[in-house]
Each structure stands twice: as structure tokens, then as C-alpha cells.
Design a protein. Structure first.
Length: 200
């Protein structure tokens, strides 16, 4: 599939069939995350991949509003939780070639551990489309995170940024509403050329 077509087709799908994925497709989706850029090549991320039905069943109670609004998300045969590892960045930038020996978080203009892990998540979403699959990124509410991390043995220094479902969309998935198209901002609204407010 042409890359432009992958980008055009990408959308958040919340209704899945229970059709299984091949192991090869799962591994390609997961491996694509490792190609994401990261500040200082810190690679401060990890990915909890849930493919066993029992493991996926343990996951869904931690996103109760998601289950309530779109219960067929639970049919997705792959759930991935990307985890950001801030300490990897602070340690990397304390090395001699960077020199931030104080490991001060205030030096960072933005929390790149979250940004880079988000880029890795996007690569998985795009790879799913390229594989002829569908995917969705969704949040895990802060109040659920401590019990989620305890359930799955996630170390304290890793921060979940959300969840990703991957699978085949259900045949009765509702079409994208006209409201989404109406709300989509066009290039002339968001791209400023040379100076703020200049769109051409």
C-alpha cells in the first residue's frame, strides 16, 4: 500500500470482530515501534503486548468507560500498552556527549519520553493499516494506572501512555459521521507559512 494511502485510511476503529491475527502481522506491528525516533537515541520506551485471551480479559476492567461505550473493542486480538521510561532520557543526557550531569528534568523543553513513545504508538497504528488491519489509540484514566501497573507487574519507573487495539473491524462498524468531516481542520487553518497568520 502506498504510504499516502496508509495515512489517508488511518482512523480510530472501536468495533472489532474476533477474527485472529497472524503471528507475523502481530510481530510486524510491534517491531515497527522500535523504528520511532527518540531524543539522543534514548529509546525510553517499552511495550506490553497482550495477545492471550486471558491477559486481554485482565486488561479491560482498567478502562471501564471504554468497555461501556464500545464493548466490541474487547474483541480485538491484540492490545498494546506503550510505556514511557523517563529515567532512560535523564541517564542518557547525563552521559559525557550530552553533559546534563544534574539529570534535571527542568532542562527539557518538553517531556520527550512521552513524545517519543507517542511516535512509536503512531508507527504501530500506521503499520496496522499497512497490514490491512484496523487500530485505535485510547487513554487509561490516571486513577486506574496504579492498579493496572500492579496487575501486570509494570515497574514504577515506567508510565503507561494509553492503550492500542489492533484487529479486523466488525462488519457492522458504523461509518464515519459527517460531523467528523465537518470538524476536520484544513491546511489553511493550521499551517502558518513564514509567520503566524500567513496561510499562503
Amino acid at each position: 500500500m502506498e504510504f499516502s494511502e496508509v495515512v489517508r485510511r488511518r482512523r480510530m476503529i472501536r468495533h472489532y470482530s474476533d477474527k485472529p491475527l497472524t503471528e507475523e502481522a502481530i510481530e510486524r506491528v510491534l517491531a515497527s515501534a522500535l523504528r520511532a525516533p527518540s531524543a539522543g537515541f534514548s529509546q525510553g520506551w517499552a511495550f506490553l503486548a497482550l495477545t492471550d485471551p486471558a491477559d486481554r480479559a485482565r486488561f479491560w476492567p482498567f478502562v471501564p468507560t471504554r468497555v461501556e461505550s464500545t464493548p466490541t473493542m474487547q474483541n480485538a486480538p491484540l492490545v498494546v500498552v506503550p510505556l514511557a521510561h523517563k529515567a532512560a532520557y535523564l541517564e542518557r543526557y547525563a552521559e559525557p556527549d550530552k553533559g546534563w550531569e544534574d539529570r534535571a528534568e527542568a532542562r527539557w523543553p518538553a517531556p520527550y519520553w512521552y513524545i517519543d513513545t507517542g511516535m512509536a504508538a503512531l508507527l504501530m497504528l500506521l503499520t496496522a493499516v499497512d497490514e490491512g488491519l484496523d487500530a485505535c489509540f485510547f487513554g487509561i484514566m490516571p486513577e486506574q494506572l496504579p492498579s493496572f501497573c500492579q496487575e501486570f507487574g509494570v515497574p514504577d519507573e515506567y508510565a503507561p501512555i494509553g492503550g492500542i487495539t489492533v484487529g479486523y473491524r466488525a462488519e457492522d462498524t458504523p461509518p464515519q459521521t459527517a460531523r467528523v468531516t465537518e470538524r476536520r481542520r484544513n491546511a489553511n487553518e493550521v499551517i502558518h507559512r513564514g509567520s503566524w497568520g500567513r496561510h499562503s
